[in-house]
Design a protein around this ligand. Structure first.
Ligand SMILES: NC(=O)c1ccc[n+]([C@@H]2O[C@H](COP(=O)([O-])OP(=O)(O)OC[C@H]3O[C@@H](n4cnc5c(N)ncnc54)[C@H](O)[C@@H]3O)[C@@H](O)[C@H]2O)c1
Length: 271
């Protein structure tokens, strides 16, 4: 898809990967709807983009961890710009601690934001996309959705679910014109890795991600995503080595699990 002249919605647009995606799609000529639950940086981004091209950016304060929040976001985007051509379900949270110390609320929030948000958005978009025979859904999962997140069961499980949902959408609606992509990065230099506070994130999780490999800047990821969307590629791997790790996982599960335990010992020590 060429995003020039199209309407693109990005969730989690107030920071990190979402902000870089919004800037990149806007630079490529799209009208962008910026959604987040964090008001101040969202408004600043809206002003920045509207200064460059008046009327081309629309900020929506939304909690996408509810069906109502997704529906309200989609209604607001349509009211402002008409049809939504590309919806980028990018907002996410990461909680990581031992299983016995993970609060029930961390599980619920992880499921709501990392996976239910994707299906709630798709549910309210799909009729229009099927009726027009075109539409594009992209989600940010994670390399953890293809492999595992050492130290966080909620993140591993919900990101696997996000990959599975994106695949299911592509299988089910691909012949009716829906394009689907799924972004699966390893480390990206954002608040999730370097939290300004501990809300929704975990410092130890950042240490795990840094130990696993290179940390990219969000702008590098946005460039790779823009190329993948232009070429309508399903799997977007900013860290190409993840494809090899995934092959290792499926080729010899025992060996892969032993390797992951070894990596875990290297990060946390034998205990
Ligand atoms: N940073 C990494 O290393 C990394 C690696 C793989 C995948 N990811 C994924 O990338 C996506 C973006 O994360 P990021 O790294 O840019 O982190 P980030 O913390 O900088 O950005 C996440 C944004 O999502 C927003 N958000 C969270 N819950 C929300 C809700 N209920 N409603 C609306 N907005 C909400 C936050 O306010 C924030 O602005 C996430 O899905 C994350 O899991 C990140």
């Amino acid at each position: 898809m060429d995003v020039n002249g199209k309407t693109v919605v990005v969730t989690g647009a107030a920071s990190g990967i979402g902000r870089a995606l919004a800037r990149r799609f806007h630079a490529d000529g799209a009208s962008v709807v910026l959604a987040d639950r964090t008001e101040i940086p969202l408004g600043e981004l809206e002003r920045e983009l509207n200064t460059r091209r008046p009327g081309s950016a629309h900020a929506v304060l939304a909690d996408i961890g509810t069906e109502f929040g997704n529906k309200a976001l989609i209604d607001s985007a349509r009211h402002k710009f008409g049809r939504i051509h590309l919806f980028f379900a990018n907002a996410g949270v990461a909680f990581g601690t031992d299983l016995e110390h993970t609060e029930e609320s961390a599980w619920t929030t992880s499921f709501d934001i990392n996976i239910h948000a994707h299906r709630w958005a798709a549910k309210h978009l799909i009729d229009d996309w099927v009726a027009h025979g075109d539409g594009y859904f992209c989600s940010t999962a994670s390399a953890a959705g293809l492999l595992a997140q050492i130290g966080s069961a909620p993140y591993s499980v919900t990101k696997h679910a996000a990959v599975a949902f994106a695949e299911w959408l592509s299988i089910t609606y691909g012949d009716r014109g829906l394009k689907v992509s799924c972004l699966c990065p390893q480390g990206v230099n954002t608040n999730m890795l370097n939290p300004p506070d501990s809300h929704g994130t975990d410092v130890r999780g950042g240490d795990v991600v840094r130990a696993a490999g290179a940390v990219l800047e969000p702008e590098q990821v946005a460039d790779i995503v823009a190329d993948a969307i232009r070429n309508e590629r399903f799997l977007i791997l900013p860290h190409p080595e993840v494809a090899m790790y995934e092959q290792n996982r499926t080729a010899d599960r025992e060996k892969w699990l032993a390797g992951m335990r070894k990596l875990q010992r290297r990060i946390f020590g034998a205990g």
